[in-house]
Design a protein around this ligand. Sequence first.
Ligand code: PLA
Length: 442
Amino acid sequence: MERRLGVLSRHLGSHSPPMASGNPSEMLFPSPTAGFHGDSVFANLVQAPEDPILGVTVAYNKDPSPVKVNLGVGAYRTEEGKPLVLNVVRQAEQLLVNDRSRVKEYLPITGLADFNKLSSKLIFGSDSPAIRENRVTTVQCLSGTGSLRVGAEFLAKHYHQRVIYIPHPTWGNHPKVFTLAGLSVKTYRYYDPATRGLNFQGLLEDLGSAPSGAIVLLHACAHNPTGVDPTIEQWEQIRQLMRSKALLPFFDSAYQGFASGSLDADAQPVRLFVADGGELLAAQSYAKNMGLYGERVGALSIVCKSADVAAKVESQLKLVIRPMYSNPPIHGASIVATILKDSELYREWTIELKAMADRIISMRHQLFDALRARGTPGDWTHIIKQIGMFTFTGLNTQQVAFMTQEYHIYMTSDGRISMAGLSSRTVPHLADAIHAAVTRIN
Ligand code: PLA
């Protein structure tokens, strides 16, 4: 044994420190904590908390109760409470499987070219002058989150302003994505808890006093978590203010089609900003509107002033992407491209999308009616006024904790509920829980 360790230590050669005692085993394990005899080198880590949104699903999965309901993460469920794979997605997958010419080669760093072209048309409009003039660069990224992150990394590296203004409140992952990319995060007023509506005056004041050139994160539609969107007239005022101060818009479009049921109507705010010829970024996700959550399909587009600049921007985006994940996955983007380029599949998609949006709207009415029927104290009209996947109920942390403990209803602690997770069967149970929470807990 002694001899073998000696051989091994000689083999390790010149990098080894000189022997202190002449005992070869001491040389191999110079400190009692290093190597496999001591504690883990990670022993001093603290246990991190679960994610505020995805952690709700972790807790839900552990609960054995048969009446449990998960209204945490924004994931669409059918009336039967089941995840939904769109029929049109199944058809596209079948076409892809049947096509023997398809291979599994790497995609380019920027992703599937067809997918990129079709994605930019989806958000900016097929007749968009910016696309026609080749002023848009679009790169396929890992869903909405990945698109935001690539955009943020690019800005941190190449844009003169490092400050990004995000709405208060906003999706919980926004500040983390932008901070870790190297941007400094500030907030602008967005929601007024008193009216449960938009704090438009506060928004204008805060963007009005932002430094010139600052980046501003805007939810393209169906603001998460509040479900409160500006009207198109308010968007126009926001646009004028932002352009007058050279603020750079960064749109997060995670719910196109989910707000109104119409892909074009939901893209109106973004198109308003493109129409003035100015520059902007847009992150798109197909998680919700095509139900491709786990396929991680999304796109980052940067609209530039000229084709020449757009080409340079794209070349730099490649340098951001290559060391992060090299190039994006092929399957999900192929599904999206198959659907977007076939007029019949596209038409079927819009019908299925509208059906999802309509079911959510119907859940809003059912929940509102159920609370009215119970005489639950408070004004609950915001449930039917808010837009998109979520209702920002106004329930406080204690009330949420009570509902989880007593009724096995899982939701984020800020009182946000995913309306897409509700069904006619679970509405009465939720209404009972809300009624009990607001009458018993202040
Ligand atoms: N942007 C907003 C505003 C979002 O709400 C979400 C997802 C994303 C981006 C990212 O989506 P993607 O990366 O899956 O495309 N928000 C969810 C899920 C639905 C989550 O938190 O990851 C939510 O429950 O808020």
